[in-house]
Design a protein around this ligand. Structure first.
Ligand code: FMN
Length: 316
């Protein structure tokens, strides 16, 4: 049985989602925050601080993620995060967004091996220590490369020079975004060319997918699930309990939905940001309701919470 990690999804797996998910479902050993972007202001925004505030996040299972190409900014944020009691910080080398990549960040940095190498050198030479006196663990979440999967060979050689605690590989290149088929042969290449503990990420959507990945790659450390787990939040515990795969329990999904709605309503002022969050979730949950197209459309069209709540009633 492999460990399961909840992937970071900007706009979805924020502190509210992660803590509510743990309360209603769980089954994951780690939950990753969506990326934080430390910059020269050396300040976290209020929104960013919510993701790492140790008063409202579990420092033992939450892994804050950083997106930057600047060692000084990385180290500033890493020190603050270690002071808060976290043991691991994840470095984002996977984000495929055009604006991020244009700034040589996320998967864009993979195209500049010298810059990447220098950054990792500076980071590992100056690692902050955690409250227990141990250096904080640095893990990485990466794609194979920017334009060509063969870039992975050089990228992996660079990673191999550093004591990276865990390497999550999403076996796609930047230009694949989230759509093209995953390039699993490159994940196998990674397994035989590094001693860094590997985590598989990409298109795991069912318990049988999880069993397939576990059997195919018995040496991996964990599997990281994103969209599959958002769609069916029971996946991790169904796998852990070796349950027969089944659709998620509707009553539990309803309670989970209602709690998220209540939390976002308290957190944000006005209907708009609450609706925005909830509609993002329905982009995934709609798959669970193939015969409710009309209601899903109503959800996506709703402009006020009152309208949204009416649309929800016919589904949940
Ligand atoms: C809407 C969205 C937001 C994402 N945000 C992040 C992020 O903040 N950090 C990150 O490392 N990956 C991010 N990802 C990538 C996911 O963590 C994951 O690697 C990807 O969805 C593939 O895994 P999956 O097939 O299990 O979903 C995002 C993906 C999506 C679809």
């Amino acid at each position: 049985m492999k460990k399961i990690y909840l992937a970071p999804l900007e706009g979805i797996t924020d502190n509210t989602y992660r803590t509510t998910f743990k309360e209603f479902y769980g089954g994951c050993e780690k939950e990753f925050t969506p990326f934080l972007s430390p910059n020269s202001t050396k300040k976290f925004t209020t929104r960013e601080f919510r993701e790492i505030d140790s008063e409202i996040n579990d420092v033992n299972t939450t892994v804050p993620q950083l997106l930057t190409n600047n060692a000084e900014c990385f180290l500033w944020a890493a020190e603050k995060i270690a002071e808060l009691g976290y043991h691991e910080i994840n470095f984002n080398l996977g984000c495929p967004s055009g604006t991020v990549v244009a700034k040589k960040k996320g998967s864009g940095l993979l195209f500049y091996p010298e810059l990447l190498d220098q950054l990792l050198y500076d980071v590992f030479a100056n690692l902050p220590v955690c409250a227990d006196g141990q250096p904080v663990n640095i893990s990485i979440k990466t794609r194979l490369g920017k334009n060509d999967p063969d870039e992975f060979e050089e990228v992996l050689e660079i990673f191999n020079k550093y004591p990276i605690s865990e390497l999550t590989v999403h076996p796609r290149i930047q230009t694949d975004f989230y759509k093209e088929p995953v390039r699993e042969e490159y994940f196998s290449y990674g397994l035989s060319h590094t001693d860094i503990p590997l985590v598989f990420n990409g298109e795991i959507k069912s318990v049988s997918d999880m069993e397939r990945v576990e059997n195919q790659y018995p040496d991996i450390n964990a599997m990281m699930l994103g969209r599959g787990l958002i769609t069916n939040p029971e996946l991790a515990f169904q796998y852990k309990e070796s349950r027969e795969p089944s659709a998620p329990d509707l009553e539990r999904l309803k309670a989970f939905h209602n709690e998220l709605l209540a939390q976002y309503t308290t957190l944000f002022s006005g209907d708009k940001p609450v609706l925005h969050r909830m509609k993002e979730l329905w982009v995934f949950w709609r798959e669970l309701f193939p015969n409710n197209e009309k209601a899903i459309k109503q959800i996506q069209k709703s402009k006020h919470l009152a309208e949204y709540k009416i649309a929800i009633q016919s589904i949940l």
